[in-house]
Write a protein that binds this ligand. Sequence first.
Ligand code: ADP
Ligand code: ZN
Length: 745
Amino acid sequence: MIVGVHPLAGFDKVLHYTVPESLRADVVPGVLVRVPISQRLHLGIVGEIGPPKDFPVAKLKAIAQVVYPFPALPPDLLGLARWMAGYYACGLDSVIETMIPAAVRRGAVIKQEKLLALARKATDEELAVLQKRAPQQAKLYAFVAQQFQPSAKSLVLERLGLTAAVVAALVKRGLVREELRRVERIAYADDWAKGELVASQPHALNPGQQRAVTALEGELATGKFGVTLLHGVTGSGKTEVYLRAIHTALANDGGVVFLVPEVALTPQTVARLRARLEAIAPGNQCVVWHSHLSEGERLDGWLALATGEARIVVGARSAVFAPVRNLRLVVVDEEHEPAYKQDETPRYHGRDVAVMRAKLNQARCVLGSATPSLESFANTEAGKYGLLQLEERVDNRKLPHIVVVDLRIEAAKQRALPSLSRQLVDKMQGRFERKEQTILFINRRGYSPSMQCKSCGHTEECEHCSISLTYHRTDETLRCHLCDHRRPAPVRCPKCQAPDIRWKGLGTQRVEEAVKRVLPRARVERMDTDAMSKKNRFREILREFRAGKIDVLVGTQMIGKGLDFPNVTLVGLVDADISLHVPDFRANERTFQLLVQVAGRAGRGDRAGEVILQTFTPQSEPIQFSRHVDFAGFAASEMAQRKAFGYPPYRHLIQHQFKGRNAEKVKFFATQWAKRVEEVFGKRLELRGPAPSPTEKIKDEYRWQLWYFTPAVTPIMPELNKLRAEFAWPDDVSQVLDVDPVNLG
Ligand code: ADP
Ligand code: ZN
């Protein structure tokens, strides 16, 4: 028997080895093995079994060891890795590194313990003999025979004061058996989500949910690949629909991947999901996958899935690579979330990889959102994806009533830029008196995004990045939100020494301050990454908010998603325009999504909710369409604009980024390269740029970008990559491709 092995370092290579008789049963494609490469043992993954034609067999070395007796990189994940390397223009090594946890890549040993179990019942004669001749064995036998489950050998021996020799004797008699069990570090019950009280009872489905569930069950029964977009307004009970579909997949012995954005992985949601999933699939079959796991915990979760002990993984982006067996269903909740895109190599999109993984497994994929991405929406229009809609909230709850406040008029009335309009303040006071809660949303941390001198007009910028410094009142610093450079906030203008510093624009700290001024008796808390730097603070605040101990919660997009607080009856969008004025063709889409999602936090209990949306551009499309929660209207209008400009989803966009410390050099090579691409591709590829990136300098590096537009990525990638490899790049200019980019800065 001969097999091809991909070394973990240098995965593109295939080396051939023979398989010793003793290892044959365990060597299947995807298994992690140790193999000799020039005198030393290295880790590798078994690829193909059987030698290529006319293969010289004589001098082959043998596989030294099988690390785990199950695939560490099953064939579907290997296929996925190859697809990713090609599509996202990155090395196979970097993909494998992302897919397989670090501990596994080092070949970490699985900690096991020995258990004692009853092998057979002793006869009365045997018992009599034991009691007379070997009382210690009799004692141990009696103990083991009483247990319902195998128990840990070391504990039993310690408790009874016996030695291992006694066990060996009983094993020899055939009365007791030793078993191996993996030692769990987390035993699945992660502390992280402990103490969250959750109802695990399923809801009776309403007619809309029932229709969606029936449709999904029918799709699962086909056993064929397909994607369905579940478009349901906020609070329509999408989670319940996912859970029913998951139930069906599990009932048919299938495995499930359930992706949620990292921000949605709050202890609350996890505890809720876990309670329901455990009810569906008892016995610790659900693994939670998030960025706070220790290496050991990650290894445990990974092992549970790879061995088939656990069959569901719930997690953020990278859970899409979990080694779930017999995958039947992949769910991507909040599929429109930009957080699904990884902004370092490999620059993959979790949602798109999820679809591909489902395809490679002939599994079903469900994408859910109240504000679907236009990419997914376009796929339903083109008939590639199915579409299911939930148009109403559960329990006949109403969508919140949205009031738009024109800040231009407000500014004229108050003769200054207000952070809180009169209407918003009045409504907040009403809520406070009625003991109802308010969420204020402002997607910018700090106090104010820029300082300006009233006398000379000077603004303070970061020395290392081309953006203005944000003022943080909590510790009187100016901070760069890109490189985290900090310095004390000046009291006078650093340029002309005038004392007239003006703070322009709003951040969470400034809004918090304003709320404390108008509601001095209310308890106000702020939730942004600055306030969350203390461990567990996030969880604490959410718990206190749920318990009604906080009246007003001010926060960034952290509070915008997935949270379900029944007592919140007012949501204020303090500055709805922030995401509108960024240089990104998706600015409208982002703004629409953000406004609808945040507004959706209101009125999730039995009282109706209200939303105050403050804006300087009340007539703009995202504001008008979000005000009426009109996704169809927004999509139609935005798609027409995308079409006119040939933007995604009509074509794919690939962004080529160039950066280096020498501005002239970056510009020169970006320009030379663009010329070269034009020569080679001609009309086959539309180029835009090269041009300086919207943020020209970050951490002392100058950045340029070039855009390619193409109807399909795969056909042009090999050629583009080859050209890139042949081009004479200087050492101090780095360049990288971002396929289907999400962040255009
Ligand atoms: P979405 O994700 O669509 O915004 P959720 O799945 O978070 O909505 O559900 C909103 C709330 O409605 C949750 O508290 C959930 O427990 C509850 N819920 C879901 N389905 C039903 C139902 N059929 N009847 C009553 N309540 C439901
Ligand atoms: Zn900076």
